[in-house]
Ligand binder design. Sequence first.
Ligand code: NAD
Length: 469
Amino acid sequence: MEKPDTSIQTLFDAQKNAVVSRRRFFDYAARRTALDALQAKILAEEDAICAALAADFGKHRSEVMLTEIMPVLVEITHARKHLKRWMRPKRAASGLAFLGTSTKVHPTSKGVALVIAPWNFPFNLAIGPVVSALAAGCSVILKPSELTPATTKLINRMISDIYPPDLVTVVEGGVDVATQLLALPFDHIFFTGSPEVGQIVMKAASKTLATVTLELGGKSPVIVGPDANIKNAARWIAWGRFVNGGQTCVATDHVFVHESVRDAFVTALTAQVEKMYGRNPLSSKDLAQMAHSGQWSRIADLISDAREKGATVLIGGQTDEVTRKVAPTILLDVHDDMEVQQTEIFGPILPIMQYGDLGEVIAKINAAPHPLALYIFGSNKLAGDVISQTTSGNVGVNMSVMVFAHPSAPFGGVGRSGNGGAHGYAGFAAFSHMRQVLRARFFPFHIAFPPYTKMTRRVTKIFHKIVRL
Ligand code: NAD
């Protein structure tokens, strides 16, 4: 692995050294101060954040507010409200086997954390984990994506305006910089990005034995059951697919719709997309661009491949290389040999497949890597059946995407879609070590120490009974 250049090494050393003194004073008040400063800074820079996101990929101000700024503000508000309780040592029941002891679990800051962020929600996914790290009392080196230069530059300025570099610092750069950072012995690495790079991160972490949270991606399937509210399903599925230009980790990737409601669903979906982006979506200000030209050509290629292999383009299909826009595209007659079925689409394309037998859909979902999200539209009975027979990072019932933003429940993948939880307490816990403090009051366990005698055998017999009580 590449050796870090001296400036990166210096930043890391400064944070490591600061941790030694901070351990004594990075208490509740200091963490609150750090979170307060971030909240105030974000509120003061909202216009700049919206402008940066518009420059990077033409995101509408409302979409920036809803998907980049507000989720981070929710995180900060939630952490500020609950931090005191989160930090408090929690009593652990002793049980008969540990009679005479008292045990507490002390959430302890892990130390120095590395956060590596992707380009698709470049503000939210960079700053969100920083909130959790600060709540946990960690210092952070943050590497935002190199593919959203305006947002990355802004994040760098905002962070350096409010924090000393030995608390939070931004390192700009691409793969080479990320590789250098990954060679350093961080205490925790929080990575958001593709499963392929997740593997690289995990491999690097195995050298330093850093703990890792991997927030990865994949194909998140949608089931629309025969008893679904079709209008509601069309609304959430269209938004879940086309918000952010389709470049969303928990996007509604592809749909299995029951044959009895297939026509009604397709009609409602088409109407919903037209309502959201008009008849000429390429000129809609509400539709985000593809974030970079490589991404634009990848999406254009996915549409061509599907067309060539016999898919029907129900709506959309138009692309504009200059504006890097792709019209919301709905595909019918999709087969497994098409690229859209083999890769996380991560763009404004929505394949629709119909089903008759739910068991076949469940078997298909279970044969693929565990998805980051699984969406079910229909009755509680349908949802219950699907939930009990599948695995996924998260489940949304009669809604989409917002599973990402809930502050009180862990958000995270499983298997190829990631590991570990983010947001709220789960985020705090990711950057904390849950340290056991076991205090002996009257704990006569020493009667079982060597030399092993008849007496020990008797005592062991009694213990053997106790541990089964
Ligand atoms: P990516 O994995 O290409 O890049 C993410 C980050 O890793 C960037 O900062 C990049 O500079 C760095 N990186 C890239 N190659 C690297 C390498 N070889 N070594 C070390 N670092 C490297 O991901 P992306 O294209 O920016 O984002 C898209 C992916 O992220 C999708 O799969 C999406 O589903 C996933 N994602 C997941 C979540 C989540 O919360 N689970 C959120 C957003 C995106």
